[in-house]
Design a protein around this ligand. Structure first.
Ligand code: IPE
Ligand code: IPE
Ligand code: MG
Length: 240
């Protein structure tokens, strides 16, 4: 079975999961931690090397301050609690997103998590926090412009490769499989550049209820896809 090297997930549906149970939205965010652990385990078990999770978008700042505050506290507590365990499981943690938008307490946790040395990590877990795909491309373009101004790069050297290297995930392979829970079929400003040729898989299941069976269903769907990248189908083996 073909296994993706890199899986990227929009973990959506926490609020609806909670509302359906008569609970505050915050309860849905809390319940969303279990499937995060599950996905880490599944990736390690199946030999998937990269997992990228959308935790908070640049647009999520528009939510009520109480919800944003709750989410930030949840990220801080979770990082503090889980980071040792992740390192023990050979998981290296990275963050992508606009750090200038984040407060000092969370920045400190992010820096501490990234400073953890995990030699020969089995899985790279990237958390997209205060992240927007358009922000990412604009930031990459700005770094190119700065290099041109400083004489380190010529205009002729601006191409898909030099821009792509400056995108937040530029040092790892593009996601092979994109998963979105919660029923919406949109990208919501996630990895606009890197998702160019990812296989897309959507499910009605809400994030807090996403389980090993759902993960397996996504893997099966991926294994059945034919990735052509604009080419033509691979020739079949001649029958003998
Ligand atoms: C995703 O769940 C979590 C974040 C965006 C932080 P939502 O909070 O968007 O849940 P729904 O979509 O309102 O159900
Ligand atoms: C996308 O979900 C962002 C995250 C899961 C972090 P949203 O719930 O914010 O997206 P929309 O509003 O449905 O597009
Ligand atoms: Mg949502």
């Amino acid at each position: 079975m073909t296994v993706p090297r890199h899986v990227a997930i929009i973990m959506d549906g926490n609020g609806r999961w909670a509302s359906r149970r008569g609970l505050p939205r915050s309860a849905g965010h809390k319940a969303g931690l279990k499937p995060v652990r599950l996905c880490v385990e599944e990736c390690r078990r199946r030999g998937i090397s990269y997992l990228t999770l959308f935790a908070f978008s640049s647009e999520n700042w528009s939510r009520p301050v109480t919800e944003v505050g709750f989410l930030m506290s949840l990220f801080i507590e979770t990082l503090e609690r889980e980071i040792d365990d992740l390192a023990r499981q050979s998981v290296e943690v990275r963050f992508i997103g606009d750090r200038s938008a984040l407060g000092t307490p969370i920045l400190q946790r992010i820096e501490a998590a990234e400073a953890r040395c995990v030699p020969a990590a089995q899985l790279r877990l990237t958390i997209a926090l205060a992240y927007g795909g358009r922000w990412d491309i604009a930031r990459a373009a700005r770094t190119l412009a700065l290099d041109v101004m400083a004489g380190r790069l010529s205009i002729d050297e601006i191409n898909e490769s030099t821009l792509g290297q400056r995108i937040s995930l530029g040092d790892i392979p593009d996601p092979d499989l994109f998963i979105r829970t919660g029923g919406e079929q949109r990208i919501s400003n996630f990895l606009l550049w890197s998702l160019a040729y990812s296989e897309l898989w959507f499910t009605e299941r809400l994030w807090p209820e996403f389980d090993a069976g759902d993960f397996g269903a996504a893997m099966d769907a991926y294994a059945g896809r034919e990735r052509r990248f604009g080419g033509v189908p691979a020739p079949r083996e001649p029958a003998c």
